[in-house]
Ligand binder design. Structure first.
Ligand code: HEC
Length: 122
């Protein structure tokens, strides 16, 4: 009987841990570490690295109208290959050598949460 109780407790704990969305928490960390310095901790494009010398402002991710002009594939491409790959500023660095594809996919979803928009379809 003791064994059954312990097993139930362990199973309950595992279920509790699984309920924490680990992937989402990781993405939040990746964003705060690599992107927030320019795009801002809440995505408004007002990170501490941005000075008046920036020729362009980092995208404000809370601007749904702007973010809706980009499909998820567009967002993924610019994160992987940087601004110049989509004729945008080299101030937006490429991340393909730093982040895994999984992390980039997570960031694409994360930006959709910030803009509360679905992006250009197709
Ligand atoms: C060194 C500053 C800097 C960092 C760090 C940075 N960005 Fe950017 N980002 C920019 C700038 C500047 C632009 C605007 C480029 C333009 O409009 O020409 C931009 C634009 C973008 C865009 C919009 C591109 C478009 O077509 O409108 C996305 C999406 C983006 N960044 C995602 C990210 C993500 C995700 C990270 C973290 C992995 C990140 N950025 C880190 C500076 C930065």
């Amino acid at each position: 009987m003791k064994y059954v109780t312990t097993l139930a407790a362990v199973t309950g704990l595992t279920a509790l841990l699984n309920a924490v969305p680990a992937a989402a928490a990781d993405t939040e960390m990746v964003y705060q570490f690599y992107c927030a310095q320019c795009h801002g901790s809440t995505g408004k494009g007002d990170g501490p690295n941005v000075t008046k010398d920036f020729p362009v402002s980092p995208r404000n991710f809370t601007d749904a109208a702007e973010m809706n002009k980009l499909s998820n594939a567009d967002v993924k491409n610019v994160i992987l290959d940087g601004g110049p790959s989509v004729s945008k500023s080299p101030m937006m660095p490429p991340w393909g050598k730093t982040l895994t594809e999984e992390e980039v996919d997570g960031l694409v979803q994360y930006l959709r949460v910030i803009c509360a928009c679905e992006g250009k379809q197709g």
